[in-house]
Design a protein around this ligand. Sequence first.
Ligand code: ADP
Ligand code: MG
Length: 398
Amino acid sequence: MNKKTVKDLNVSGKKVLVRVDFNVPLSKEEKGVIADDARIRAALPTIDYLSENGAKVILISHLGRPKGEANPEFTLKPVADWLKNKYGEKFHFIPSPRVIDQNVKDKVNELKDGEIALLENTRFRPEETKNGEEFAKELSEISNLYVNDAFGTSHRAHASNVGVASILPSAVGLLIEKEIDVMGKALETPEHPFVSILGGAKVSDKIGVIENLITKVDTILIGGGMAYTFLKAQGKEIGKSLLEEDKMDLSLELIKKAKNKGVEILLPIDVVIADEIKSGVETAIVDIDNIPEDKEALDIGPKTIELFASKIKDAKTVVWNGPMGVFEIKEFSNGTNEVAKALADSDAVTIVGGGDSALAIEKAGFKDKITHVSTGGGASLEFLEGKTLPGIACIDEK
Ligand code: ADP
Ligand code: MG
């Protein structure tokens, strides 16, 4: 990787502004309670590294969509409580409805080496999502160095990433370093056979990913809702399964493109069908040529699982994006869980990208057995599409 990382910076005694991704899901039942702290934990290596090396660490993040106003519903206070619990005396929450004001500046100036501060939700400021100059300037004025470690927002050009990075000397944090190292290496210099598993709801969401991966992989396994547009385009009867009629031509084109490049594309050979997407509903397994007109295919079947698992078993690199079925409902989660297990059992470099895919891997209990589960939903998709992420592109080169 040619971007500077925190390890290339001399941080001792410096005020280091760190953009982290503390956009944690909050509990719907209990106010101010964090439902999943994975994103906070993912940011700790960089925070600890900076603190241990004598930096004054100033953390900034967004949370939810307060739409440019100081809405208390979206305060970072719950995250501040989490950090206080972890770091004790050396942690300070310095909230302001404007994120930065004179009081914040004074408090930041009082920080001692190794101490950690958290400011309020960057999206309390309307300039944040517009990459407004004034907010970026204010952020840069309270710090000496800038570190971006929020992979999940790096596909957006905001004041708290692209804006400040264009003013201050900058580097990526350890989380972003890992994201781009592992995923970048897999896409640029993969070990073959390279197998990609694609699923999820729609073809239209994944066109960019398929087009980019066709130029890199040996095999593409297609499951999930998008498989049925491909199957229908090839003349199969798909009943009431998810169909994007306007993407049928494109699917045929993609199949042709793959063929020309010698890339194997495999579609489901059997499926789990039901009347509707509902838990407790009666299900049946049928071969792909036998989907009844009035049924919907909501998961891949056992023969498809076996076929996909055998391809995964022989692979040296595996990239997975998109669940194989409606994994949120137990009756249709088997295909996704079994593919997750095949990845977990494999010796290959295994990478999972996409918000729902990451969730599915975690639910299946295999997260620890995967080489890398990306922390960014939209960002990891754009990465797999081969796009440049502005929040990373703006960081100083080594
Ligand atoms: P990711 O977030 O990992 O990129 P997507 O958002 O593309 O994944 O897809 C996830 C969604 O796809 C899930 O909500 C899942 O229920 C849905 N899905 C998967 N298979 C089917 C199917 N056969 N029919 C309808 N929806 C499906
Ligand atoms: Mg999704």
